[in-house]
Design a protein around this ligand. Structure first.
Ligand code: GLU
Length: 278
């Protein structure tokens, strides 16, 4: 009698342990922090046409469409994606910590970043440009020396401005480009500098229509890659396969038209995977 009781209790414990194991085995969560069948993807929250969190909590932009396509190829439906904001200066650390599985956030591939993270792609070629008020006389990079400029901390745009384009400009850096746009509107700065793909999105917003213009200088080549944790070659390979498919099945072009069309942004053709334009 006594023996039978013990056996029943053991069986209950064993059943519990088995069901816990089964749950653990089903768990495909990527990016530490929460359980469940989800993937965490780093994006920008404040860049219209690229990565934008809408007031209703939904997301829009070219990077969102690329991220959604890639996630699907990796086995995640849209409702399994958790978008996480990764500001320019936070991207390498977010990957190193494992906060996100991959980052699609106007993230240019360069050697300095490649020392800390790996990249799939590129999936877009953009160029650094200047956004100024519609009546501004600023027409080229050299006109910026002595002027008040705004860009974002941790961006290639800020580094490039300081090192090459206009070392004598008075550059202030914010954590996001939307703060720079507000400073341009108020007159606190004379120009905002970053990728033309991003600036075109702001300029096309209803509230700014007719107020700003892109100067049209191609001050750099920005090869957008998808960042993954250093050493995660398997994910890089899978993402590259997904990106190739996105171009060949027409989805890349569809995403370009949907997101850049309204801003009248004339994008470059789809890049070849692994080919960086210097
Ligand atoms: N593409 C540039 C970069 O990765 C500028 C845009 C951004 O800050 O995200 O730094």
């Amino acid at each position: 009698m006594k023996l039978r009781k013990v056996t029943a209790a053991s069986a209950a414990v064993l059943a519990l342990a088995l069901s816990a194991t089964a749950c653990g085995g089903d768990d495909k969560d990527s990016g530490s922090g929460s359980g469940g069948d989800k993937v965490k993807v780093g994006i920008k929250y404040d860049q219209p046409g690229i990565g934008l969190k809408e007031p209703d909590g939904s997301f829009s932009g070219f990077d969102i469409d690329v991220a959604t396509y890639v996630a699907k190829e990796l086995g995640y439906e849209p409702n399994q994606i958790e978008f996480v904001e990764t500001k320019s200066a936070d991207r390498e650390n977010a990957l190193a910590r494992g906060d996100v599985k991959f980052i699609v956030a106007s993230y240019s591939i360069n050697d300095k970043r490649k020392a800390k993270v790996d990249f799939a792609g590129p999936y877009l070629l953009a160029h650094q440009d200047l956004l100024v008020k519609a009546d501004s006389t600023i027409a080229k990079g050299a006109d910026l020396n002595g002027k008040n400029l705004c860009s974002v901390a941790g961006s290639t745009s800020a580094t490039n401005l300081r090192d090459k384009i206009a070392p004598k400009a008075n550059l202030r850096t914010n954590s996001g480009y939307s703060e720079c746009i507000a400073a341009l509107q108020s007159g606190a700065v004379d120009a905002v500098t970053t990728d033309d793909s991003i600036l075109a999105g702001y300029a096309a917003q209803d509230k700014y229509k007719g107020k700003f213009k892109l100067v049209g200088e191609q001050l750099s080549n920005e090869n957008y890659g998808i960042g993954v944790k250093k050493g995660d070659k398997a994910t890089v390979d899978k993402i590259n396969t997904a990106l190739e498919k996105m171009v060949s099945d027409g989805s890349w072009k569809k995403a370009v038209d949907a997101n850049f069309g309204p801003a009248n942004y004339k994008n470059e053709p789809a890049p070849k995977i692994g080919v960086i334009v210097k």
